[in-house]
Design a protein around this ligand. Sequence first.
Ligand code: XIL
Length: 353
Amino acid sequence: MFVQRWNRTLLTGAFLGAVGLLMNARAGEASGTPTLRELAQQRGFRIGAAVAMPLLDNAEYRQTLSREFNLCVAENAFKMESLRPARDRFDFQQVDRLCAFAQTNRMKLRGHTLVWHQQMPWWLSQGHWTRDEALGIMKDHITTVMQHCQGKVYAWDVVNEAISDQGPDHPIRPDSFWTRVVGADYVEKAFEFARAADPQAILYYNDYSNEGMDSKSEAVFQLVKRLKAKGLVDAVGWQCHLASGWKAGAAQARNAERLAKLGLDISITELDFRISLPVTPKKLQTQAESYRSVMRFCLSQPNIKALVMWGFTDKSSCVPYFFKGAGAALIFDEQYQPKPAYEALREELTKAK
Ligand code: XIL
């Protein structure tokens, strides 16, 4: 009896000791080298990454994602092509999976994107529709998707890339399905439907090459100014698919400040810095300085709420597909090892308080 009890005490003691050691190791890890997520959290800042849904089956991918980021967005799963196999059918399987992942890991989730002229389902893009039919489909889509995700998705890219690259005026893309069938006012309609569908959600207009001060960002500015006057938009997304070497500067600051004056927030929504291959240590250093400049810039502008990268590991990035001969655009390498860019982000988040 005595011996048994003594044994139990010894075992319990050994067990508690082991737990204590483990906890100390964890605490040491956490205090010694805080993650990007922990550092961002301390500042009330959001740092995010786009998720390639098939990779969510990989434990290392999942662990890195939830350890380093407090925000995520689907790379493709929320697009109309993925969600709408048919006019009368919604497939929410992947969306629900990401919502559950974000909830379990206490991460914010962005919705990308409700209305875009790309990655549309063929039954829609190849069909013949009147303006009213197309508007009806758009309204049904926005309302159903936003209400399905209500309380789980905090912000939506309501319209993506509506403004054309043709200067000096950069009209709403005349060749887009939505402009051809509905007219240029489809943008405003989309925001009206979105506002009505979920009044709590933060509504974004998202585009590329709109972070500087030039004719395209001017066109974006004028568009969001009109929408804001009607209470339809809350924020602007700057995609920022950029070439390594790029640095945030005075133009971005002026742009951020004029949007702030309108009462609009900004998020960097799709950041990556592509390197022309092959990768060298020097190129990785240049890339790190680009990432550093964007983080420093974000933390210096009160209306910038999040920095989201278009992925996080070089194992999965759309860059090599879109830019021939370029790659290695993200902050972890293909083996999930942090690159110099990761360290640069961490240094900036540590410094700025
Ligand atoms: C890209 C995805 O990363 C690819 O997997 C897909 O094949 C095409 O779309 N701007 C956007 C994103 O708004 O939705 C795009 O994502 C990249 C450019």
